[in-house]
Design a protein. Structure first.
Length: 267
């Protein structure tokens, strides 16, 4: 952490000056709360599911071939999500949002996430665009009607919708298009942003991986916070190597010190 203190100071100054900030987060942020990423199936920690490749289960083809298996897997996934808590990185982003929107305007901060677990919302974030959908809403495969997770009964698998279809999670499976509304909100946020942060993402999954370049082309400063180097590391204006649960709280703390304002209490 001490090695990047100078970079944290520089990015903190950018945050003080920024009129609109966009933060993109990936699976690395959730992993710090104990959720295994798709690309680390060996870390699932559950003997039943360790033999399955999640990248093969998360497709419409897999659901059509074996809806019981896929539904059981997603049932396990949201159960695991409920067992973990938001980490300091999640809370820091929530605090940054409150600070920026109170200083500027409601449009001063937008969090775009590839994660489907809802941990950002539990960590205090409100302006969240879920690019890949959410595991906390399910929809009927026949009518498209959506229901909150709490209203879906998992007493048998697969789950019948009651309208002649089955219930599936409102997540974007491999090969499916991203939600149009999420894309529109993201584009609007990128249009006005002057500072873009990529946090905890491998920067390999499209189209999310290209957002940093879109932001750069539109004139925004770009920052990466990630444990490991990625394809964008050498192309951003500032790279802060490390885990988001350590870097983000330090960054928010330093930003407030430079701005001369006290921390904002949770609401």
């Amino acid at each position: 952490m001490a090695d990047c203190a100078g970079e944290i100071d520089r990015v903190a100054r950018w945050l003080c000056e920024a009129k609109s900030v966009v933060v993109l987060t990936g699976a690395g942020v959730s992993a710090e709360s104990g959720l295994a990423t798709f690309r680390d199936p060996s870390e699932h920690g559950d003997a039943l599911w360790s033999k399955y490749d999640p990248m093969e289960l998360a497709t419409i083809g897999a659901f059509e071939r074996d809806p019981e298996l896929v539904t059981r897997w997603y049932h396990w996934r949201f159960t695991k999500c409920a067992e973990v808590e938001p980490n300091p990185g999640h809370h820091a982003l929530g605090e940054l949002e409150r600070w920026l929107t109170q200083r500027r305007s409601p449009e001063a901060f937008t969090l775009v996430t590839q994660n489907i677990d809802g941990l950002h919302q539990r960590g205090g974030s409100r302006r969240v665009v879920e690019l890949h959908g959410t595991i906390h809403t399910w929809r009927c495969t026949k009518t498209g009607r959506e229901r909150p997770l709490a209203d879906v009964s998992f007493d048998r698998f697969p789950v019948a919708s009651g309208h002649g279809g089955m219930m599936r999670p409102c997540v974007v499976w491999f090969g499916e298009a991203l939600p149009e509304e999420a894309l529109a909100l993201t584009d609007a946020a990128l249009e006005r942003c002057d500072l873009f942060l990529s946090v905890g993402t491998s920067s390999t999954v499209q189209p999310a991986a290209s957002l940093v370049e879109v932001a750069r082309q539109r004139g925004a400063k770009t920052v990466e916070i990630n444990r490991d180097a990625t394809p964008i590391t050498d192309h951003v204006d500032a790279a802060l190597p490390g885990v988001s649960g350590e870097i983000l709280p330090a960054l928010v703390r330093r930003t407030k010190e430079l701005a001369g304002t006290p921390p904002i209490a949770d609401t």
